[in-house]
Design a protein around this ligand. Structure first.
Ligand code: CDP
Ligand code: CDP
Length: 227
């Protein structure tokens, strides 16, 4: 099959990482979770005590970081300066701070350059907030995945409960709505549907149904592959 690129954007809990990973596996493509890169920078900043408002320090720190993404069976492994931080970057503390870090334009420029490099050869399924609009504007297939805030919060609740984390549904609904607001309203590459992205509302859909829908769309996109 042609090595084209697929961009998947959308708000938290829409199913981007779950679905993108399965689509990549079905097509033999590489899955790249760009949110993990913003999370890794945020985790490091919290670790060494740099508040998101101290933008210059944040950018200097991020510029010196070595962020590696390794595809794994259960998703993507994130390695920061040689340390596996995969399990550390999904904490509530990172959730609360990541949108502020991701709103810093120079942080975005650094990470976007890395993401574009990773997709150069084609054959990637990349998920995030600005993939179709900024990172891969020429992606052969763009998907904007969404679902109601209520359903997205319920999905996250089930995930966190399964991990034994102590959260309430109301707390998650508030957190998700706040992150949506920050991501949609920021000046640098806000979360917005690209004009040529296919909208897939996953409310009431199962994961296999969403994956099948995207694979169907990718059959058409395969014909557009120019690589
Ligand atoms: O998995 P979830 O949807 O909760 O979040 P994520 O994809 O891991 O992304 C975490 C945060 O990173 C988002 O809320 C955005 O603030 C930021 N992000 C971004 O700005 N641009 C991207 N391409 C990916 C993530
Ligand atoms: O990456 P994003 O934040 O968009 O979502 P995710 O981390 O993939 O989390 C979505 C959660 O909802 C996972 O637990 C999925 O099993 C579940 N889910 C889904 O992704 N899609 C559906 N249509 C239904 C449930």
């Amino acid at each position: 099959m042609e090595k084209f690129n697929i961009a998947i954007d959308g708000p938290a809990g829409a199913g981007k990482s779950t679905v993108a990973r399965l689509v990549a596996r079905a097509l033999g493509f590489v899955y790249i979770d760009t949110g993990a890169m913003y999370r890794a920078v945020t985790w490091k900043a919290l670790q060494i005590g740099i508040a998101p408002e101290r933008k210059d320090e944040l950018v200097r720190m991020a510029a010196g970081l070595r962020i590696e993404l390794h595809p794994g069976e259960d998703g993507q492994q994130v390695v920061l300066d040689g340390q596996d931080v995969t399990g550390l970057i999904r904490s509530s503390e990172v959730n609360r701070n990541v949108s502020a870090v991701a709103a810093v334009p120079d942080i975005r420029a650094l990470l976007v350059a890395k993401q574009q490099e990773m997709a150069k050869a084609g054959g990637v399924v990349m998920d995030g907030r600005d993939i179709g609009t900024h990172v891969l504007p020429n992606a052969e297939l763009k998907i904007f995945l969404t679902a109601s805030v209520k359903e997205r919060a319920e999905r996250r609740y089930l995930e966190m409960k399964a991990k034994g984390e102590d959260v309430t549904l109301e707390q998650l609904e508030r957190e998700i709505a706040e992150r949506d607001r920050l991501d949609e309203q920021r000046e640098a590459s806000p979360l917005v549907r690209a004009h040529d992205a296919v909208l897939v509302d996953t409310s009431g859909m199962t994961v296999p149904q969403v994956v099948d829908r995207i694979l169907e769309l990718s059959n058409t996109a395969a014909g557009k592959g120019t690589r």
